[in-house]
Design a protein around this ligand. Structure first.
Ligand code: HPA
Length: 245
């Protein structure tokens, strides 16, 4: 039973993965963001997929989420750890913290968001009450105890359309809705994983205060500097969780 890591911004490879082969799958939904990378990590079978492409060129609204998730299912993956960069809305969710969200709210629009949209299937409504797989969340949280950084054991992820960042008023509204962090890639990825019965959990890295929450303008260079400083925590967490898995 293999585990897959979907790498987000700042994680286009999995350091320490002994790559056995790369596979480009042609799916009924088109091409995946990048080749499916098969390898061994801690002697365990691990698959890696770079969500934004190997060169980080695919923006959140153009990612072929269906092809990515379908491919992981096709190659036999059961568990998916999704890495995501987010902005912090709740004052406790500070830059360079990790968050293992327990809930999400979807604000995305016009993305291909389901596998169940043709007439060949009976009408299907998946249960999505708890969008993240609790088993995998617990494993991430146990592994997080070994990591020297602040890890929040719950949080509500608000998924926005992008690629622009939000307005301050949008963030205020999201806060009133109950969102703790904001990102652009959490949906439809999580729902598609559930539609294919994959166990899916997210490890979010806070890379900036959300719009209107910080003293300064949000710049790509500040985001990149925060990622550069803290992606090591994500790498450590993945090492722990995969080796103990
Ligand atoms: N908003 C949306 N997505 C993001 C942000 C943000 O502030 N930071 C990183 N991804």
């Amino acid at each position: 039973m293999s585990i897959a890591i979907i790498g987000g911004t700042g994680l286009t490879d999995l350091e320490g993965l002994e790559i056995t082969h790369r596979q480009m799958l042609h799916t009924p939904y088109g091409e995946t963001s990048s080749p499916i990378i098969h390898g061994k990590y801690c002697g365990k079978k691990v698959i890696f997929l770079a969500r934004h492409g190997s060169q980080h060129t695919i923006p959140p609204h153009k990612i072929n989420y269906r092809a990515n998730i379908w491919s992981l299912k096709e190659v036999g993956v059961k568990n998916v750890i999704a890495i995501a960069a987010v902005g912090g809305i709740h004052p406790d969710m500070r830059s360079k913290d990790l968050v293992i969200p327990h809930q999400l709210i979807d604000y995305t629009a016009s993305r291909d968001h389901t596998f169940f949209d043709d007439d060949s299937h009976p009408v299907t409504h998946i249960d999505f009450t708890h969008p993240y797989c609790d088993n995998l969340r617990q494993q991430l949280l146990m592994a997080a105890q070994q990591i020297e950084c602040t890890v929040h054991n719950h949080g509500v992820y608000g998924a926005t359309q992008g690629p622009r960042l939000e307005t301050a008023a949008e963030i205020n509204r999201m806060e009133q809705d109950g969102c703790d962090v904001v990102g652009m890639t959490g949906m439809p990825e999580a729902a598609l994983a559930r539609e294919l019965s994959l166990c899916y959990a997210t490890c979010a890295l806070v890379v900036n205060p959300a719009a209107g929450r910080g003293a300064a303008e949000i710049t790509m260079s500040d985001i990149e500097a925060n990622i550069k400083d803290s992606i090591v925590y994500v790498r450590h967490l993945l090492a722990q969780v995969i080796c103990e898995y």
